[in-house]
Design a protein around this ligand. Structure first.
Ligand code: ADP
Length: 201
C-alpha cells in the first residue's frame, strides 16, 4: 500500500463518516469475528495491545501481553521509546510478539475518556485505523483487537463498540490484505454488545 492509496482510503473514510453510513456488507462481516477470552492465547499474525504512551507496560491487557510475551517485547518498546519518545494517543507502533503465538504486537494508545469533549471518539478511530495500517504494512493477514480504552481508560463501552466495528469495516472495504479481524472481548458486557451491534448492522 503506497502513500497515494493510503490517502485515498482516508479520503473515502471522511466521506462515509460524514454520511454516517454504518451498513456493514456481509462480505465484510465474513472477515470479522467476535470471541470472548484472553487475547494472549490467540493464534493470529498480530495482536493489538491497548498500551499507554510510555510503552513501558501497565495493567489490564497491556500487563497480560507483556507477561505472556516476555522481555523481548519490552526491550523493543524501550528501543522505540528511546528513538521517538513513546507513542502518542491514537498512534500505533509494532514490535515482536516474543513468546506469544503471534508474529507481532501492535501497540496503540487509546484515549482516556474524559466526558467526550476532548476528541476521544476521533482518537479511538485513529487507534483502529493506524493499527490496521501498520498491519497491512507488515503483511499481516489475521489480526486481533482488544476492546481498546474500555478498561482503565473508562471509554463508554457501547460507543467504543460502535467505533471499533465501524472503523474496521470501513478499512476492510478498501483493503485486500487482511482476511480476518478478531475482536477479543474479555468481559460479558463487551462481548454481548459486539454481537448485538454486528447483528443489527
Ligand atoms: P485501556 O487502558 O485502554 O482501557 P485496559 O487493558 O484497561 O486498557 O482495558 C481494555 C480492555 O481489555 C478492557 O475491556 C479489558 O476488560 C480488556 N482486557 C483485559 N485483559 C485482557 C486480556 N487478557 N485479553 C483481552 N482483553 C483483556
Amino acid at each position: 500500500l503506497n502513500n497515494k492509496s493510503l490517502r485515498s482510503i482516508r479520503g473515502k473514510d471522511k466521506i462515509r463518516r460524514e454520511k454516517g453510513n454504518i451498513m456493514i456488507k456481509s462480505s465484510i462481516k465474513d472477515r470479522i469475528k467476535v470471541v470472548k477470552g484472553d487475547i494472549t492465547k490467540l493464534e493470529v499474525d498480530a495482536i493489538v495491545n491497548a498500551a499507554n504512551s510510555s510503552l513501558l507496560g501497565g495493567g489490564g491487557v497491556d500487563g497480560a501481553i507483556h507477561k505472556a510475551g516476555g522481555k523481548e517485547i519490552l526491550d523493543e518498546c524501550i528501543k522505540i521509546r528511546n528513538k521517538q519518545g513513546g507513542c502518542s494517543t491514537g498512534e500505533a507502533v509494532v514490535t515482536t510478539a516474543g513468546k506469544l503465538k503471534a508474529k507481532y504486537v501492535i501497540h496503540t494508545v487509546g484515549p482516556v475518556w474524559s466526558g467526550g469533549q476532548k476528541n476521544e471518539k476521533e482518537l479511538l478511530e485513529k487507534c483502529y485505523y493506524n493499527s490496521l495500517r501498520l498491519a497491512v504494512e507488515n503483511k499481516v493477514e489475521r489480526i486481533s483487537f482488544p476492546n481498546i480504552s474500555t478498561g482503565i481508560y473508562r471509554f463508554p463501552k457501547d460507543l467504543a463498540t460502535e467505533i471499533a466495528i465501524n472503523e474496521v469495516s470501513k478499512f476492510l472495504q478498501d483493503d485486500t490484505i487482511i482476511t480476518e479481524v478478531v475482536f477479543v472481548c474479555f468481559d460479558d458486557e463487551n462481548y454481548r454488545g459486539y454481537l448485538e451491534y454486528i447483528g443489527k448492522n
